[in-house]
Design a protein around this ligand. Structure first.
Ligand code: G1P
Ligand code: ZN
Length: 546
């Protein structure tokens, strides 16, 4: 055997900080560029999967800085660790939902997503890795704990010395004993979308001269997907997709589809000349923001409306088994579930907690307030799926987004909802704030006419597999149903971010047209008072409001 074909075992020493967070391992690029850092983590993944030899894995990423190098390293490590076949997106690109789709379609053993999602990219930005299991979804907590434990003791990693694979052309090549198949990143995903939605109706809408829309891919991975599906397949005018070429630094944009970071798009959706429909997606394509002319759909409302309008969508009509939402997501979906006569599950933050519910057929739709919506078609949230779902609703109803919202609220009531993020806090001060909130005895106390009826730290027992999770966020619920939730981000890479989730229910249609921050003003004040926010963090106002 030629020397370069022999797997090489390289000694290493552990890094202490390779604990996956809410969604995989995320660190500044400079951390991942340290010698052995990436290799250690990947070896820890292989060491945590005892039966991986001879299997197929999928790999691709959002194209951010370090994506190209990381793919080549992981391919050579997969080969050295005995993986038989690797499916790679052309150019090393795959959106997160496309990885999930490919794993499922090709019955792969699992896959790697290279992304730090909506975190900024570039040489000074973040990089990340998620490992997904055979159902196409994020590794469950039990596995991420095993991987972390393995990373703490890893003493060697395996890698073959081989030239770079050419990922620029679709086709097959061999990396020693491993077959590397470079696949079209879009084809299987686009076929799945076509099987779910009424493409003829959507195409009719997109071609009608009075319907103008924009999809902002934010220079991230959904550009090629959106162009292929919206423009090439469905006939939307060229230029419908903007910022459509994935760039290593996302062109300096912060690829997080929300009113703060997609400000240009939001501006085009306001005023008398507003577009009829606007949408954006994030770095790796799993998030979405939905806008209409002078209308903003909160992700919580989007989940509720998606479920309420399932009868209009071929892939879902007559088969809604249940809805699942993350705990901090508003209760709008619960009201729709009750009306449909199906259960609504409340899970901890992070898509990994939905996998078991989806696998068991208990949930058809899932959603998070953090611009994440999805269904049982894959095991990840899916940005473009949500956009196509909304286009399917609009094509069938031919109603403006604002009317769909207003009619939904008139029927179910409106859950005014907002999230306030306090970023870059001192980690100790933030931990103390949460500790203080946990220890406080708030139940029965009154604040400005509202009395606390529930105060706890959310814990969850998975109804399918019995796995338990605790410490998932402080809930303060009042007698009028209003709610404040506090939790610390698990995706940040520096300091601590406190997320404060605020909501209150309004049943009267005449009171449903208020500005959200004004409607929540009292509750916002309370959220600061109860947590002693200014005293503990020195902050009076949040950095990001969504
Ligand atoms: C954030 C969101 C959460 C989402 C995750 C990954 O996590 O809040 O809903 O699942 O990103 O996209 P956090 O930073 O709050 O831990
Ligand atoms: Zn993402």
């Amino acid at each position: 055997m030629h020397e370069s074909r022999v797997p090489t075992v390289i000694p290493t020493t552990p890094f202490p900080d390779q604990k996956p967070g809410t969604s995989g391992l995320r660190k500044p690029v400079s951390v991942f560029q340290q010698p052995r850092y990436l290799e250690n983590f990947i070896q820890a993944v292989f060491d945590s999967l005892p039966d991986h030899e001879g299997k197929t894995l999928v790999i691709g990423g959002d194209g951010r800085f370090f994506n190209a190098e990381a793919v080549q390293i992981i391919l050579r490590m997969a080969c050295a660790n005995g993986i038989a076949r690797m499916l790679v997106g052309k150019g090393g690109l795959l959106s997160t939902p496309a990885v999930s789709c490919l794993i499922r379609k090709h019955k792969a053993y699992g896959g790697f997503v290279l992304s730090a999602s909506h975190n900024p990219g570039g040489a000074h930005g973040d990089f990340g890795i998620k490992y997904n299991i055979g159902n196409g979804g994020p590794a469950p907590e039990s596995l991420t704990e095993t991987i972390f434990a393995a990373s703490r003791t890893v003493s060697r990693f395996r890698i073959v010395a081989a030239p770079h694979c050419d990922l620029g052309r679709i086709g097959s090549c061999r990396l020693n004993a491993t077959a590397v198949e470079v696949v079209d990143p879009v084809a299987d995903y686009a076929a799945l979308m076509e099987s779910l939605f009424d493409f003829d109706a959507i195409s009719g809408l997109l071609k009608s001269p009075d319907f103008r829309m924009r999809f902002d891919a934010m220079n991230a991975v959904t550009g090629p997907y959106a162009k292929a599906i919206l423009e090439d397949r469905l006939g939307a005018p060229a230029g419908t997709v903007v910022n459509g070429v994935p760039l290593p630094d996302f062109g300096g944009l912060h690829p997080d589809p929300n009113p703060v970071y997609a400000a240009d798009l939001c501006a085009a959706m306001k005023g008398p000349d507003a577009l009829a429909f606007g949408a954006a997606s994030d770095g790796d394509g799993d998030r979405n923001m939905i806008l209409g002319a002078n209308a903003y759909v909160t992700p919580s409302d989007s989940l509720a409306i998606i479920a309420a309008q399932a009868h209009l969508v071929p892939g879902y009509a007559g088969r809604v088994a249940g809805i699942a939402r993350s705990m901090p997501t508003s209760r709008a979906a619960d009201r729709v579930a009750a009306a449909l006569g199906v259960p609504c599950y409340e899970a901890p933050t992070g898509w990994k907690f939905f996998g078991s519910l989806l696998d068991a057929g208990k949930a058809t739709f899932c959603g998070e307030e953090s611009f994440g919506t999805g269904s049982d078609h894959v095991r990840e949230k899916d940005g473009l799926w949500a956009v196509l779902y909304w286009l399917n609703i609009l094509a069938k109803t031919r109603r403006p987004v604002a009317d769909i919202l207003a009619e939904h609220w008139a029927k179910y009531g409106r859950d005014y909802y907002s999230r306030h993020d306090y970023e870059g806090l001192d980690a100790d001060a933030a931990a103390k704030l949460i500790k203080g909130l946990r220890a406080a005895s708030l139940k029965g106390k009154s604040f400005g006419g509202r009395t606390v009826t529930l105060h706890d730290d959310f814990s969850y027992t998975d109804p399918v597999n019995g796995e338990e999770t605790s410490g998932q966020g402080i809930r303060v619920v009042f007698d009028d149903g209003a709610r404040i939730v506090y939790r610390l981000s698990g995706t940040g890479t520096s300091g601590a971010t406190l997320r404060v989730y605020l909501e209150r229910f309004e049943s009267a249609p005449t009171a449903q047209g208020q500005d959200t921050q004004a409607a929540l003003a009292e509750l916002i004040g309370l959220s600061r008072e109860i947590a002693g926010l200014a005293a503990r963090t020195g902050r009076e106002t949040p950095d990001v409001i969504t």
